[in-house]
Ligand binder design. Structure first.
Ligand SMILES: Nc1ncnc2c1ncn2[C@@H]1O[C@H](COP(=O)(O)OP(=O)(O)O)[C@@H](O)[C@H]1O
Ligand SMILES: O=C(O)C1=C[C@@H](OP(=O)(O)O)[C@@H](O)[C@H](O)C1
Ligand SMILES: [Mg+2]
Length: 174
């Protein structure tokens, strides 16, 4: 199995962290679309949004998705990758899509501990907890629609990786 794996879910669900470990377990390449954009353009998400607005960033992340998609690659997407229907269709057609599902309270704890504001500028201008709730309300159905597999990602990282490997094995066997 060398089809690419796409990790989707909201800010703080663990796409970047789990993606690195998952890639190492599989001997796959790892790429994170936000980090790829930073390397390509030299600009953080906050800088891109300041210069081009969110529509500019969304266009760039859609291009990044297409550019980084290769066999034997784990792709950690940004939390808003699923907003564009074309991105959801592209991921579903090019590999397996895994939604890392985490309750809002856990996302808030993680993001409070590690806000990384350069890469996560405010989406709504609201306080963090309200923003997380609004974003989940807006996107939960989109994460579900994009995903082939939904994984409980409130667990420790090693268990999440083990669970992903298990669902991929089961999917292959069926
Ligand atoms: N399963 C987990 N358990 C505990 N902390 C986690 C877990 N996954 C990620 N984290 C932590 O949460 C923060 C956000 O993780 P990150 O991988 O950057 O999420 P995302 O890429 O989905 O925004 C980081 O500080 C990371 O160490
Ligand atoms: O949810 C979002 O709209 C975003 C999530 C971020 O990535 P992470 O989900 O890796 O934090 C980053 O792409 C950008 O700040 C927008
Ligand atoms: Mg990330």
């Amino acid at each position: 199995m060398t089809q690419p794996l796409f990790l989707v879910g909201p800010r703080g669900c663990g796409k970047t962290t789990v993606g690195q470990g998952l890639a190492a377990s599989l001997g796959f390449h790892f790429v994170d679309t936000d980090r790829w954009l930073l390397e390509q353009s030299g600009a953080t998400v906050a800088e891109i949004v300041e210069q081009e607005g969110w529509p500019g960033f969304r266009a760039r992340e859609s291009q990044a998705l297409q550019a980084v998609t290769q066999p034997a690659t784990v792709v950690a997407t940004g939390g808003g990758m699923v907003l564009a229907e074309a991105n959801r269709v592209f991921m579903r057609n090019h590999g397996a899509v895994i939604y890392l599902q985490v309750p809002a309270e856990t996302l808030a704890e993680r993001l409070m501990a590690s806000p990384e504001e350069d890469q996560r500028p405010t989406l709504t201008g609201k306080p963090m907890v309200e923003e997380i709730e609004d974003v989940l309300a807006q996107r939960e159905a989109l994460y579900q629609a994009a995903a082939h597999h939904v994984i409980d990602a409130s667990l420790p990282v090693e268990l999440i990786i083990a669970r992903i490997l298990e669902v991929l094995r089961l999917a292959r066997a069926s």
